[in-house]
Design a protein around this ligand. Sequence first.
Ligand SMILES: Cc1cn([C@H]2C[C@H](O)[C@@H](COP(=O)(O)OP(=O)(O)OP(=O)(O)O)O2)c(=O)[nH]c1=O
Length: 196
Amino acid sequence: MNDKPRLVLGSGSPRRLELLAQLGVTPDDIRPPDINEDPAKGEQPRPYCVRLAREKAMAIGADDDEIVLSADTTVALGRRILGKPADAGEAAAFLSLLSGRRHRVITALAVRRGDQLWERDVVTQVKMKALSNEELNAYLATNDWQGKAGGYAIQGPAGAFIPWINGSFTAVVGLPLAETANLLGAAGYPLYKPAP
Ligand SMILES: Cc1cn([C@H]2C[C@H](O)[C@@H](COP(=O)(O)OP(=O)(O)OP(=O)(O)O)O2)c(=O)[nH]c1=O
């Protein structure tokens, strides 16, 4: 008998699809969310990130028995939210702010099945080395910053700028796998085949 529920990845992020594949999970469908990602006035990074993940999961159209997985990754420098840079100039500004400092990367997950919701967020501290102009310009020229919160991706060439993290590498990339496995399990998605 095969009563595995259908899984919908409520995310257009190719990183999240790859990270799910690392768990051996292939979603039955991919439905990217379309929500307003502007922070509310005075909104703090962590509640903002949690709210966005939830809003993404709620915005995806799905049948009652489909499981929807959405997430949001936010780079926070103190109270400041650094989103996805609009252009190379903004990416340069973000990287100059992050250069030589510690910041936080928050990834919030939201799993929805009908009107049931499971949520979890993971905060990782990340240290970026002080960047020289040469490093900054070389990185900008790769275009790897495009579509990445804070204007960098730890899994790409910017990995050379990150000597230290405290937390979850997969969360920084966009989907914390330990927590994802737990939430999918809670929602009734079988991750592991029983031994024969
Ligand atoms: C900090 C960091 C972010 N990122 C990426 C992960 C996310 O795709 C992106 C943050 O944007 P998000 O808004 O979290 O996600 P998204 O717009 O790419 O996709 P969707 O809303 O459809 O789920 O930044 C990395 O890939 N590596 C990193 O080191």
